[in-house]
Design a protein around this ligand. Structure first.
Ligand SMILES: [Zn+2]
Length: 287
């Protein structure tokens, strides 16, 4: 049983509105998954205030209610206490402990892992990936099409790395699918959705969602044919309300598509349930 996990930053669920770019004209494939293969889940996690990335993502990948642990929603990059909590246990560690092959598909633009260790600011996924360094993808992997750039097409690095050719969303989807086929659990993080949400630029949000939707359309075709289960969720809402530059308290999608999709979704209510649902399901298939 193989899982491809897409973490899409800043995508919440909201009724159709003129300032909500998540609509069938912009992103038909995403809308179809939301319509037919999705359970709305809570990202506020009983703590007042707007949900934020550090605590939302830490919750997603540890199963611990990180806003409750920290006493508040924490933005951006996790501080020392939250990092320690992520290093204590997380989804990657649990999978590796049971001999699962894991891959963090986003390429770091470095040659060695030591360069990542020295980063002053580390995202939740970076802290988690460093607990299982074999999961990490470097610039050499990107050169070999064995990793994906966070923007999907590599356009954002053309000035720095003109030797790394751009790829279409369709080709990037095939690269990610190839990784998912070769590993038990593959993670891809896409944060351009959140970045666009913060700008309040509706046209930019539509462009990002159109690109992601092309990628998603190919990806779901490949994973379905190969019997790989796609799991997709967010850390908090943002892009679904372009009248607001801040995050939202809207529910977020928990999408599963492929073998056992309903079982994985059943009973899931908030970000706290994501890691337990994945682990329970992967290990249940073995017993
Ligand atoms: Zn976020």
């Amino acid at each position: 049983m193989k899982i491809l996990f897409l973490f899409i930053d800043g995508v919440g669920l909201r009724e159709a509105a003129s300032d909500n770019p998540i609509n069938p004209e912009v992103c038909p494939h995403l809308c179809r998954l939301i319509e037919n293969h999705c359970t709305p889940i809570d990202a506020c996690l009983t703590v007042p205030g707007l949900p934020q990335s550090a605590t939302g993502q830490a919750t997603m990948f540890t199963g611990v209610n990180a806003p409750v642990f920290m006493g508040r929603h924490c933005e951006g990059f996790p501080g020392p206490n939250l990092r320690a909590k992520i290093r204590e246990n997380n989804l990657f560690m649990e999978l590796a402990k049971r001999g699962k092959k894991i891959k963090f598909a986003d390429a770091y633009l470095v040659v060695t892992i030591e360069e990542i260790v020295s980063y002053r600011f580390k995202s939740v996924t970076t802290v988690m990936a460093l607990t299982e360094p074999q999961s990490i993808s470097t610039i050499d992997d990107l050169f070999d099409d064995q990793a994906i750039l966070q923007d999907i097409t590599r356009e954002t690095i053309q000035d720095r790395f003109p030797d790394i050719p751009t790829v279409s969303p369709v080709d990037a989807a095939f690269h990610l699918f190839s990784l998912a086929r070769a590993h038990d659990f593959t993670l891809f993080e896409f944060f351009q959705t959140d970045a666009a949400g913060h700008t309040q630029d509706y046209a930019r949000a539509c462009a990002v969602l159109r690109l992601f939707d092309k990628f998603l359309a190919s990806l779901t075709r490949y994973t379905q044919a190969a019997g790989i289960t796609l799991v997709m969720t967010a850390d908090h809402g943002n892009i679904e309300n372009m009248s607001e530059h801040r995050h939202t308290c809207n529910p977020i999608p928990f999408i599963t598509y492929g073998p056992h999709e309903k079982e994985i979704r059943s009973g899931i209510k908030s970000l706290v349930d994501v890691t337990p649902a994945i682990l329970k399901h992967i290990f249940k298939q073995e017993s």
